[in-house]
Each structure stands twice: as C-alpha cells, then as structure tokens.
Design a protein around this ligand. Structure first.
Ligand code: F3S
Length: 428
C-alpha cells in the first residue's frame, strides 16, 4: 500500500502483510487516521501500559465485539497490558426493578463475554476498570514525555497536562489499534507545536474556584484549543501535591467534556509550564478573564432538564471521574461532620461515591470504611454515566458534583458544598 506518510521499513513491512492480514489492517487504519490529520510519520507508543475507553458491552456495538474476536483469533493482541474504563453495573448501586431489567436484558447483555475478550486482548488485571487509571493504586501512570495511545478524555487531559505525557484525544478502537501496533500517528498534542497554548486564561477570582465550574468555563470557551492558565497558582500554590492533582483531575475532566480540551498548562504548576513558562504561549493567543461573576454566570447557565425542576433528588453521584483515596477520606469526614451538624445519622438522599476498584479495596481496609457505611453512602466502582445512559434512569432526578455527568446525562450539577448540604439536610 502506498502512503503519503513516511513509514519506517518495519512499519512498511507490517503494512505489506508480513505480520499477517489483520495486523496490516490495524496499521492501515492508523495510517489513514493520521493522514486525515496531516500526520507525516508514525511514532512508537512508549508508555508501558495502554488504556481502553470501552469497558462495557452494548447490543448496539456488536461490530466492535466481532472485531475484537477477529483480533484475538489473528493473535493481534495488545503489545502492552491495558486498563479500561469503569464497569457499568454494580448490584450495590440502587436501581429499581425496571432499571435492572433494562440493564440485564437489553443493555449490558454480554458483559461477561466482553470481560473475557478484554482479558485475552491484554487487560492489566481484574482491578483495572477505572477512568482514573493514572492513580498510583491502579498502576498505570505514564512518565513525562511518554507517547500514549489512549482515548478516555478525562485520562488523556490528565496525562498530557499533569503528567506531561503525550497523547491525542483518540477515539475508541483507534486507541486499541495503537496499543496493538505499537505505533500512533504523530500530529497535534504529540508535537511541540501542537502543545503551544492559543488561549491565555486569567483567573481573577476572590475565592478558590470550584474545580468543575472553572474547568467547564474554560472548556466552553477554548473548545479543543490549549489554554495557558494564569492566577490559579494563587489558590493551588506551586506544588503538584496529591490535593492539587485531585483538583486538576476534576478540573481537567470538566474542560474535556464541557469543551474538548486535551491539554492545559497551569502557570508555575504543571510540568511543561514550570519548565517553559510563557514560551508555551503561541503568538496571537486570545485572552479569557475569569472572575467570580463569570463562574456564577456559567453555573447559572446550565440547563435544567428534569421533567419537574422542583423534584426531590432520588440519587446522588460523587466521583466522576473516579475519586482518589484522599478524596474518599475527605468526603467521609465531611459527610460525617455535616450529618452531625444537621442532627442526622444517615444521608437523606441515596448517595453513591465512585472510585477505582483498587482504591475501594485500599479504603475498605481502613477504619474509614465502616464510618462511611454508617452514613448510608454506598461505595462503588461503576461509571455513573453508564448507569444513567438509558431512558429509564434518565427520568430519575439525579444530582452530582460532576460536570461531565451533567453534560452527558440529565443529572443536575451542584458544587461540593451544595451536594453536602443536599445529602445531609435534604435541602438543595
Ligand atoms: Fe469516568 Fe465514567 Fe465519569 S468513565 S469520567 S466515571 S463518565
């Protein structure tokens, strides 16, 4: 096959079928994908591990599962072990009879078969189902400068921005093909030029901005461009510690879902901004100033898509993207304190905290686990979006502190403080 791209002799031989017809098709797809974005070469995937976005089986995705079978049969399995997005189901998470029926009989009918396919393709471990795969408990943390083949938007933006790895916002399946072939096309966020900021964001708030609203504001303004954020270090400081990483995880997921941000730089904090400073800003970059009024305007602009806007919430999700271990502890302490303040023993709205299975396992071994249980909060490893992604769950009045969940479902967004009030007082 003739390509516009400059391929190495090894890449050309794969394309010519020397590693079999299936491998040739995998590489051909990646080459065509790259050429569509103007890539001139393919570069090796250097991270130790991959990450897949498709963790669930859906009847509508039959072609994907057939393709997976073909890959397994041809021995075209991933060259790197991979983690995968969270599972869609957990019997602990409240669901009524009809919802369970829809999940089991119509939506996720082949989950076990799909899990078996993932194992054969190179799944890292039983515990590797999470979007926050980069957390230390999960063990898929790329190094600075690593080239990745991932697609999960919240993980891609984190890996690029906080870890300094390099990954485009690939689509599902393309990311698997990159892990199988060991190459990805070089364009966009893989290049120095593509990592330059074309927006300067000046944060001029008088209080610490809510991570998920700030991310939402920036995402909606810059869309898929790269922002260089000034003034946030006033609130976060200059150390990329656990607390700041958790903040940036939630912030980044909002930029990536409310817009399509794949990389941001935070002045004096994220690795490339610390190294290169304003040299990262492209000539002619536009400016966006954010103050408290702007954040309020953004938050008040979210549409309320509940049938009855005054309905009493019937479910609350916290943990999209998945919570870190420290966040889980902090939420446990805050829920306990608020319940005490409000003279209650248990949460008044069914509430689910979601975290990676490995984090749940670690948390379960601590004295915090019975304390959280005593508040009535359920701890789960699911993806709330998968839970809500059907017409029955969509009718339920659900509240969340996740701007990603708000964007893709009928869930209503509230700040962390508002969520705490709602679940402990019953007042929104
Ligand atoms: Fe993660 Fe699911 Fe939210 S994949 S970011 S918990 S939508």
């Amino acid at each position: 096959m003739a390509t516009k791209m400059q391929l190495t002799p090894e890449q050309q031989s794969i394309l010519n079928g020397e590693q079999g017809e299936t491998m040739a098709k995998v590489l051909k797809t990646l080459v065509m994908y790259g050429e569509a974005f103007g890539a001139e070469k393919m570069v090796p995937v250097t991270s130790e591990k991959g990450h897949l976005v498709t963790s669930f089986d859906l009847k509508a995705m039959k072609a994907v599962y057939e393709l997976m079978d073909q890959l397994i049969e041809a021995g075209a399995v991933s060259g790197q072990p991979f983690s995968v997005d969270p599972k869609p189901l957990d019997p602990q998470v409240p669901a009524n009879f009809l919802e369970r029926l829809v999940f089991k009989k119509f939506m996720y009918t082949q989950q076990e078969n799909y899990d078996a396919q993932l194992k054969k393709l190179g799944l890292l471990s039983e515990n590797a189902y999470t979007c926050a795969c980069y957390l230390e408990e999960v063990g898929n943390t790329p190094e600075k400068g690593d080239i990745l083949s991932w697609a999960e938007s919240s993980a891609v933006v984190y890996a690029n921005s906080v870890l300094g790895a390099r990954c485009n916002r690939n689509s599902g399946i393309i990311e698997l093909f990159g892990s199988i072939a060991g190459y990805v096309p070089c364009f966009g966020l893989l290049t120095d030029e593509g990592r330059k900021a074309t927006w300067i964001v000046e944060v001029k708030t008088e209080k610490m901005p809510e991570a998920q609203v700030l991310g939402s504001a920036i995402g909606m303004k810059v869309l898929e461009e790269v922002p260089y954020i000034k003034g946030l270090d006033r609130w976060l400081g200059k150390e990329l510690n656990k607390q700041n990483k958790a903040y940036l995880k939630d912030f980044g997921a909002a930029t990536a879902s409310n817009g399509a941000v794949g990389l941001y730089h935070v002045e004096n904090l994220t690795p490339e901004a610390v190294e290169q400073g304003e040299k990262l800003i492209a000539p002619g970059a536009k400016t966006y100033v954010i103050d408290d009024a702007e954040l309020e305007r953004i938050k008040n602009g979210y549409p309320v898509v509940w049938k009855n806007p005054d309905a009493r919430p019937r479910l609350c999700f916290v943990g999209c993207p998945h919570l870190t271990y420290d966040q889980l502890i902090s939420w446990t302490e805050q829920v306990e304190a608020k319940l005490k303040e409000n003279g209650r023993a248990r949460v008044v709205i069914p509430t689910v905290f979601t975290a990676p299975p490995a984090v749940v396992e670690k948390f379960e071994k601590t004295p915090y686990a019975p304390r959280l249980k005593a508040t009535g909060v359920i701890l789960s490893y699911i993806c709330p979006l998968m839970y809500m992604n059907n017409p029955i769950a969509a009718k339920k009045p659900v509240i969340t502190n996740s701007n990603k969940l708000r964007t893709y479902t009928t869930a209503r967004y509230y700040t962390d403080a508002e969520i705490l009030d709602s679940i402990t007082k019953g007042v929104q």
